[in-house]
Design a protein around this ligand. Sequence first.
Ligand SMILES: *Cc1c(COP(=O)(O)O)cnc(C)c1O
Length: 616
Amino acid sequence: MVDYGINLWSNNDFIIEDGVVKVGTHTKPALIDIVKDIREQGYRGPLLLRFPHLIKNQIDKIFSSFTSSIQEYNYQGAFKAVFPLKVNQMPNFVLPLVELSQELCYGLEAGSKAELILAMAYTNKNSPITVNGFKDKEMISLGFIAANMGHDITLTIEGLNELESIIEVAQEFNAPYPKIGLRIRLHSSGIGIWAKSGGINSKFGLNSTELLEAIALLEKNNLLHLFTMIHFHIGSQISDISPLKKALREAGNIYAELRKKGAKHLTCVNIGGGLAVEYTQHSQNHHRNYTLNEFSGDVVFSLREIAKNKKEPEPDIYIESGRFIAASHAVLIAPVLELFSQEYDEKALKLKDKNPPLIEELLDLYQSINEKNAIEYLHDSLDHMESLLTLFDLGYIDLQDRSNTEVLVHLVIKKVIKLLRHKNHNEIIRIQEQIQERYLLNCSFFQSLPDYWGLEQNFPVMPLDRLNKRPTRSASLWDITCDSDGEIAFNPSKPLFLHDVDVTKEEYFLGFFLVGAYQEVLGMRHNLFTHPTEFSVVLDSELNKGYEITDILEAQTILDVLDDIDYDTKEIERRLKLRIEEQESLNDEDKKDILGRLYVMLSENVYLKTIAPLDN
Ligand SMILES: *Cc1c(COP(=O)(O)O)cnc(C)c1O
């Protein structure tokens, strides 16, 4: 049975049972039931499901892994973590994250003024805030305000000019002051698409000369006691552990050397983010070559060794993992609107009394195809189609002939798939590229999977039900934007197979998993498609269904979308109304009716409701 690699990517967060995908908790609600539940309430178009318990799961995993590594190595430093807000700032993610981590030393990381305000408002008492990224004086003042409010905040300096601003701002405020971190520029860099954050030419951080200057500057201004942390971040989605180990050795030695240069309050090493998520559905291409325990073990062990060798205390460890925390909590559900070849059934065939000879041959192939000759006949049909299309271009056959050609070839393809259904997949794999089906999905990849579009990042995708039936169609996925890049093409090295369903008679939903990190805020409004309707699923074994749906946020209406890009929506409404009123061919009754219909649509969401009868 095809399991869509669920054991590779899901960690039992989701499981397959009785032919459907279920949430992997003891109540095991099926995703398809949750989706039907919400659609019964009238919501249409793509849906984003959030599972707060999966946020908690990931936080707990990181803390327990580091706690056990610290015990194993009898490490003397503490472990603390912050969530980097840039990975997901949406309220229905951040608020549960903050609430569910109250018992832990788990804070927020901010990279801009707006994120810093969020961190100042929501970080739990006694949990840390760290601030990275480029800062002006105003942002630094915000950091001082946060410290005055009682926050445990560290401003990480990206360049010496920021340090000078801190020294200036310090004169305007009373204690308590924010702590100061220095971002170090490492030789080591990560590998993969996001590696640019590290390395000697990276955008961020101080080189050794600047580090020494920074210390001197702080000392001169009597602020050296504020310098408590060094920070590095070698890039997101670290697929290979070895660059991290190298970075740790480098950072560990810098830590020890800076202490020897007099930075006696330096007690923390912040290792940034980068902990990778396994997105793969195919065992031959893993996205991560280490486990979480290996990761935490390496961090603790490396820092302990360096501290021991250099006779310095073992530093507290900070981590800023974002992707690892956020990815699993969100699932995008896209209704399938159409299978491209569905319209090609026998009824569509309008053969003439006398057909061109190649069409007669196609018909013969279709009628006499059997399991033995299936692949040979398929190839013959595809050849015939090529020839017939050329004949059409040259003016020898007409549009009806061309239509019959298309229908016959698709009928042959369907018959081949049916005949070979019981064979093993390899047989079909040989021909799958030629016979793929296109699935039209009611969603926008630009809005909901921007990293697929921009970086070819794969996300696990699978149907929510029919999982006890073998999927027979090699599939490419199309979204509803008018852009040819809105396609996830069939890739023979990472094939996706889906079911042959008649979506005019039955519903078919695809789930895209692990979409909770980076996708939501990076998503763009190509064609003015907006964030899908979202809701949270809170598991509760006391309830009949085993879950409760909360925090429903419907996709924006057409008018809201236009308002967001700064159109005057009153003016739009006025202009539409005027046009209708001026239209002489309409009587007053018609005008009222048309205007009424138009107004209803302006307040509906932008996704499709009408192509598939069942998505209506
Ligand atoms: C983006 C970023 C992170 C988060 O990285 P992940 O790979 O999502 O864990 C952490 N720290 C800094 C400084 C970042 O820029």
